[in-house]
Write a protein that binds this ligand. Structure first.
Ligand SMILES: [Zn+2]
Length: 372
């Protein structure tokens, strides 16, 4: 055994490969050693990062700021170091600065006064069923994150920006997924570019007994991909709001998880096989729902496999290609979220100076004072 190992090593030393050993074929001495070091480094970084993040969350007081911090963990930090993928623009200095300032809870909203709670002038006049929006809904935050869930209506308003944000992330996903699909699967509406949306009933019928108009918005998904049958994807980008979902202030990704469940419920009127309806759920901080990441992994593996196989024949080269493709999808979508969130922060940075302000009265979830 020792002499076999010795011979392998001598040969590896001579030509730099392990061609004589099937289990190590495709590896070199260098990448074998470096891979282990990198694995250990990655594990240590994760442990150190998790401990540091828990320490920071413990020091933050406001639940909204805890939630925002947690939403920016892990995948939410991709934009800090990622290069823009081919064919896309890098973040501008302004976008990058706005995002970093918001993450550090520095003032993004110009004219923001730390001494008194301020209501957003864009949504504090809104009445729902004759009642003004609650204080926690309209309260501005210095880091600009109110704009990410502001109820201001209209095409140019914040709800309009959320629609644009959804489209931008959806288009980025199509561009990111296309190169990872099998070429033969880019047909008949699968991963198509453009504004059209796949009709669910083109692939799967309504459940027996469901009475629904045939062409309503309910009958639409965002993207269709082919993975041994049509798989329908629905993109959702949520902002973590602890007042409506307290778990957001304690668990990273709670808003994305909740949006995932809502989407599954939304599609439950259709007779879709398990695994063929996948919400792609993200948060404004950049966090991915783990089930979204699992789909990306399955999709990349399927793209590298052939026939009815869902996994490729794994070797060193396939593993490298798998990691490269998966990383490229994550970076693509992370930058799309970062760009659109930064644009919303920048568009709302000057929300205060030109508007008449109304004070927020009482702590959340108190009402806005109509007479202020
Ligand atoms: Zn607002």
């Amino acid at each position: 055994m020792l002499s076999y190992g010795g011979a392998l090593l001598r040969r590896a030393e001579a030509d730099g490969t392990f061609a004589g050993c099937d289990a190590l074929k495709g590896h070199t001495v260098a990448n074998l050693l470096l891979a282990s070091v990198e694995r250990v480094q990655r594990k240590l970084s994760v442990i150190a990062g998790t401990a540091a993040a828990a320490d920071v969350v413990g020091r933050i007081v406001a639940p909204e700021e805890k939630a925002w911090f947690l939403s920016g963990k892990d995948d939410g930090a991709n934009f800090l170091t990622a290069y823009a993928p081919r064919g896309t623009a890098p973040l501008t200095d302004n976008q990058y600065t706005a995002l970093v300032r918001a993450r550090l809870n520095l003032t993004v909203v110009r004219g923001f006064d730390d001494a008194a709670a301020q209501a957003c002038p864009s949504c504090s006049d809104i009445m729902r069923n004759g009642v003004p929006l609650a204080g926690h809904v309209t309260r501005l935050r210095r880091n600009g994150t109110h704009a990410l869930h502001c109820q201001q209506p209209g095409r140019g308003g914040n709800l309009g920006r959320r629609t644009t944000q959804h489209h931008r992330v959806k288009f980025a996903l199509v561009e990111a997924l296309r190169p990872c699909a099998r070429a033969a699967d880019l047909h008949e509406g699968f991963l198509q570019r453009g504004p059209g949306e796949p009709k669910v009933t083109d692939y799967y019928p309504y459940k027996a007994g469901v009475v629904a108009a045939p062409d309503t918005d309910n009958n639409r998904a965002d993207i269709a991909v082919n993975m041994n049958g049509a798989c329908l994807l629905d993109v959702v980008v949520s902002h973590p709001v602890p007042n409506t979902n307290p778990a957001c202030a304690a668990v990273a990704g709670a808003a994305a998880a909740s949006a995932h469940e809502d989407k599954i419920k939304h599609y439950s009127i259709f007779d879709i096989p398990v695994g063929k309806c996948v919400p792609l759920s993200f948060e404004t901080g950049g966090c991915f729902d783990p089930r979204t990441l699992s789909f990306f992994k399955a999709f990349v593996k399927f793209g590298l496999a052939s026939g009815a196989e869902t996994q490729p024949a794994w070797d060193a080269a396939t593993r490298i290609e798998y990691n490269t493709r998966l990383r490229s999808i994550c970076v693509y979508v992370s930058l799309a979220i970062a760009r659109s969130v930064a644009d919303t922060l920048l568009a709302n940075a000057s929300v205060l100076p030109s508007r008449t302000l109304r004070a927020v009265v009482g702590g959340p979830p108190g009402p806005v004072c109509a007479g202020a």
